[in-house]
Unconditional design. Structure first.
Length: 225
């Protein structure tokens, strides 16, 4: 758990412990990252308060610790809930629904997490593979190291291969910010990722090409070599 309001944190943590759920109360995003990396974490509860959720999500992505399901907790309106879900939340628990309902939602998330034995730690499109553990792009004859931002960008594009991913989605999922993210910054990261993809596809029967869709976003497609 990572909350900004200590009163809510205390009440929720006590209720979860009474329900037999082991709770780790953390004070900052780095503590959450360390917990995810060193321990088995079934779900992370993060308070949706101001930029708190966005800051936590961005920090987790930057440190390669974003595989754990994230549950936002707050008083959210439908717009605020949609924002958190777009940014990467697996679920949103409304404080107004009561503690019992929140505990049940957490229990359900834990059950789902434990039933899912294999968590995706790599993505592959034809001969190119993204490896989360090493933050690398791998192919049959070589390997390229990706920066944290390049890897997050590649992961989103690999997940939506063949589809146009708009600039707002990239801003939210890679940088944790809304469309106010500087377009030039995205272009620079795309350019570096494109060069690495081109190098990976030399001599391959299928090539991965990354195209810009003017003023909309980017699309990763497969083409004959």
């Amino acid at each position: 758990m990572l909350f900004t309001h200590r009163s809510s944190e205390l009440v929720i943590a006590s209720a979860l412990r009474e329900a037999g759920i082991t709770v780790h109360v953390l004070s900052n995003p780095l503590g959450l990252i360390e917990a995810v990396q060193l321990h088995r974490v079934d779900v992370a509860l993060i308070q949706d308060q101001g930029l708190h959720f966005v800051d936590c999500l961005t920090a987790m992505r930057f440190h390669g610790a974003s595989s754990v399901p994230l549950m936002a907790v707050g008083q959210g309106s439908s717009e605020e809930i949609a924002r958190c879900l777009r940014q990467g939340a697996s679920d949103y628990a409304l404080l107004g629904e009561g503690i019992a309902a929140l505990v049940n939602r957490v229990r359900a998330r834990i059950e789902v997490a434990r039933e899912t034995e294999v968590v995706a730690t790599s993505l592959q499109v034809h001969s190119c593979r993204l490896d989360e553990a090493s933050h690398s792009l791998e192919w049959q004859t070589g390997r390229a190291q990706l920066t944290s931002r390049e890897f997050a960008l590649a992961w989103v594009l690999f997940t939506h291969v063949g589809q146009v991913v708009n600039l707002r989605t990239l801003s939210l999922q890679v940088w944790g910010r809304d469309a106010s993210m500087a377009k030039r910054t995205i272009e620079q990261h795309v350019s570096r990722l494109r060069a690495k993809l081109d190098a990976a596809c030399v001599g391959a029967s299928e090539r991965l090409r990354l195209y810009a869709v003017h003023n909309v976003g980017y699309r990763l497609v497969t083409e004959p070599g």
